[in-house]
Design a protein around this ligand. Structure first.
Ligand code: SAM
Ligand code: SF4
Length: 293
């Protein structure tokens, strides 16, 4: 495979073939995200011929491929027609593939109809990882996400209407101390309205320093300490009213690993967070050196 590195994928795509159909992220403005800021990651589309050559190479090597993740940061920026061509090529070269997934910014779906998404689903594209990050408009504006509660909800509803699934990412600690509670409450409100199939939380991390992030907050960003992160998680979980959502807080950035299905496991998950708040030394937390992005 020809990759322009680095490549990122959700933890649950660890066993999938990563098919790079775009390079970088067409938005690339979120102040917390350094993933595609290196010069070689400037946004570009990969020509169909090169994608097909990658697929042909994998097919002739005889690797068993069941799942494919379309990289990079917002492959869904491609037109429906281009996505159809890619999915048809996957069917042609790798007929055993059962699931294709992609990151998806809400704005990637603005011009796509539910019928178009349904056509893509029929060609195998069934799961979208949507970085909502927060349901709070002020926090989203401070981090230059370029989305808000309504745009996020409308994309998640479109995905559901097409019969596809969404996996939402929310960032623990994103509002700092000042906006922690409203970030948690409005994120819960967004999830309750959208009822995604999967929800995961990551802890906001600053591998390259906080300067860019702090500028968006006009200097008023005070990061949460571990206890603050757990308190925010408690607010989030307590306010979630989900019918059947697989919840995962197991990404390497988290101190406290949480896994369950909501609503069924809400009380048990809240109890785990309360233990971490009251007895952190007995809560099996990840050490700093075990964490990463
Ligand atoms: C590679 S990005 C692609 C997501 C996609 N472009 C979107 O916005 O929906 C995947 C996710 O990584 C997470 N992420 C990025 N930078 C992060 C940071 N500094 N700390 C924690 N999580 C981060 C965000 O949740 C983001 O949605
Ligand atoms: S979080 Fe997503 S939309 Fe924002 S810059 Fe990173 S990849 Fe692009």
């Amino acid at each position: 495979m020809q990759y322009i590195e680095p490549i990122f994928r959700p933890p649950s795509e660890a066993l999938s073939l990563i098919l790079q159909v775009t390079n970088g992220c067409s938005w690339n403005n979120c102040t917390f995200c350094e993933m595609y800021t290196q010069p070689q990651k400037k946004f570009s589309l990969k020509p169909q011929k090169e994608i097909e050559a990658d697929l042909a190479g994998i097919a002739s090597a005889g690797y068993p491929v069941r799942r494919i993740f379309l990289a990079d940061g917002d492959a869904m920026t491609l037109s429906t027609r281009r996505l159809q061509q890619i999915l048809e090529a996957i069917r042609h070269y790798l007929p055993d593939v059962q699931r294709v997934s992609s990151y998806c910014l809400p704005r990637n779906l603005r011009k796509k109809t539910a019928d178009e998404l349904e056509a893509l689903r029929e060609l195998g594209l069934t799961l979208f990882y949507v970085g909502c990050e927060s349901g709070d408009d002020l926090v989203l504006e401070r981090v230059s996400k370029g989305e808000n509660f309504e745009s996020s909800l409308s994309a998640l509803q479109k995905i559901k209407a097409a019969g596809s699934k969404s996996s939402v990412m929310i960032l623990n600690g994103m509002g700092g101390q000042k906006y922690s509670e409203q970030h948690a409450l409005n994120s819960a409100k967004l999830m309750n309205a959208a009822q995604p199939e999967f929800l995961s939380t990551l802890v906001l991390s600053f591998p390259d320093g906080m300067q860019r992030y702090q500028e968006g907050f006009r200097g008023e960003f005070e990061p949460l300490n571990q206890q603050g992160l757990f308190q925010e998680m408690h607010w989030l979980l307590d306010n979630l009213d989900l019918q059947k959502t697989v919840f995962r807080s197991d990404h390497a950035s988290n101190y406290l690993v949480l896994k369950g299905t909501l609503g069924r496991d809400k009380a048990a998950l809240l109890q785990q967070v309360e233990s971490a708040l009251n007895n952190p030394e007995h809560a099996h937390l990840r050490e700093e050196w075990q964490r990463g992005l």
